[in-house]
Design a protein around this ligand. Structure first.
Ligand SMILES: NC(=O)C1=CN([C@@H]2O[C@H](COP(=O)(O)OP(=O)(O)OC[C@H]3O[C@@H](n4cnc5c(N)ncnc54)[C@H](O)[C@@H]3O)[C@@H](O)[C@H]2O)C=CC1
Ligand SMILES: O=C(O)[C@@H]1CCC=N1
Length: 336
């Protein structure tokens, strides 16, 4: 992870290596743009000052969406942004790129936003001045400083959405003006392919309108549910971080096939398709995974022999421990 990445980040380093082509197609790049610190226009002396990632929607871009007034967005993370505004890849996106303003301390990630047609700045206060809906996507430990910076510019017309793991609504409410409309969101990486799993909770200043707005806006990124705040850290352990456990499992599946003689690329593609298909059956049938697992087992056949090995390795207990560890870590981060 490179802390110098420049865009409002909802995402980790791998996300930031994605760029949008002129045709709006995200491609993965290995190159990292050079960081170019710039002065902040809000500072009288234009001195160089690091700025955190923010997302916003210009007030002028309010418009009717789904029968209600809606802010036409802007987000701190390229992935989420791409899933939210219409592109050839994401025609269902709800926010035009020109309505998105992304703020970050350097140009590193902002280049990708500009390429996708979004506006960018190095000044967080500019975001607050121009926008109504503001996504905060810095690392959790950076967020308190960002909140302190933007606090004077936050008003009753703003809706502030935090993506930071472990940062509670109580902390957000303490660091922003009383009554601010605040929502706490936890997304996951597959938002970038509109297959995300997101949950959010509302703060005391946010009402049904703000909740509906966020849900409507993010529905183009995947599943999005409002939940009690106590579920947010659990979702982080299950899904926000859980995506990484699944990749570990996919890697192990493919490595097993490589060990048995299959070429690596083919093994990886088949591992990915296996996960995708298994997930699709689970979602479409609504069956418990234990039932579906049983359906695959032929008595005395291959699957039960393999499952026996996984049980010897305590796969289920290990994965449960992983979810518990990530959830507890998210809770601990609130105290850091
Ligand atoms: N990566 C993921 O899969 C998920 C991440 N999140 C949350 O999203 C947030 C961002 O995480 P990542 O994208 O992984 O982090 P990152 O390190 O990739 O991005 C952090 C961003 O903060 C900015 N930044 C760094 N130092 C700064 C400073 N001193 N002042 C202002 N801005 C600064 C950088 O420009 C960068 O755009 C975190 O709060 C994380 O908990 C939530 C769900 C999933
Ligand atoms: O690892 C983390 O802290 C973040 C939150 C969920 C996924 N990545």
């Amino acid at each position: 992870m490179d802390p110098g990445f420049g865009v409002t980040s909802l995402v980790t380093a791998p996300w930031h290596n994605w760029v949008l082509t002129p045709r709006g197609v995200p491609v993965l790049t290995r190159g990292v743009p050079t960081a170019v610190p710039m002065g902040c226009l809000c500072q009288p002396d234009h001195r160089i000052c690091p700025r955190p990632p923010l997302l916003h929607v210009p007030q002028a871009d309010r418009a009717g969406v789904g029968g209600q007034e809606q802010i036409l967005a802007d987000i701190g993370v390229p992935r989420l942004c791409w899933a939210t505004h219409p592109t050839p890849r994401v025609p269902q996106g709800k926010v035009p790129a020109s309505s998105i303003l992304a703020s970050a301390p350097s140009d590193r990630n902002l280049d990708a936003w500009r390429e996708s047609g979004c506006r960018t700045t190095h000044c967080n206060l500019e975001v607050l001045q121009e926008s109504t809906l503001v996504f905060l996507a810095t690392k959790p430990h950076v967020l308190p400083g960002v909140l302190q910076e933007i606090r004077p510019a936050v008003g009753p017309h703003h809706i502030v959405v935090s993506l930071a793991a472990g940062v509670t609504l109580q902390t957000l409410q303490r660091l922003l003006p009383a009554g601010t409309k605040i929502l706490r969101l936890m997304p996951n990486l597959p938002c970038v392919v509109q297959a995300g799993a997101m949950v959010f909770a509302r703060g005391s200043g946010a009402g049904d309108g703000e909740s509906a707005l966020l849900k409507n806006l993010l529905s183009s990124c995947g599943l999005c549910e409002e939940v009690p705040e106590s579920y947010i850290n659990i979702h982080t352990g299950l899904s926000g971080s859980g995506v990484a456990y699944v990749y570990l499992f996919a890697e192990a599946l493919a490595e097993g096939a490589v060990k048995m003689g299959m070429p690596s690329g083919l093994a990886s593609r088949i591992a990915a398709q296996t996960l995708l298909g298994a997930a699709k059956v689970m979602l479409e049938t609504g069956e418990h995974p234990a039932k579906l697992r049983g359906d695959v087992c032929t008595p005395g056949g291959t699957t039960i022999h393999a499952l026996h090995q996984l049980e010897k390795g305590a796969l289920r207990a290990t994965v449960m421990n992983a979810v518990e560890a990530a959830t507890n870590r998210a809770c601990d981060m609130a105290k850091d």
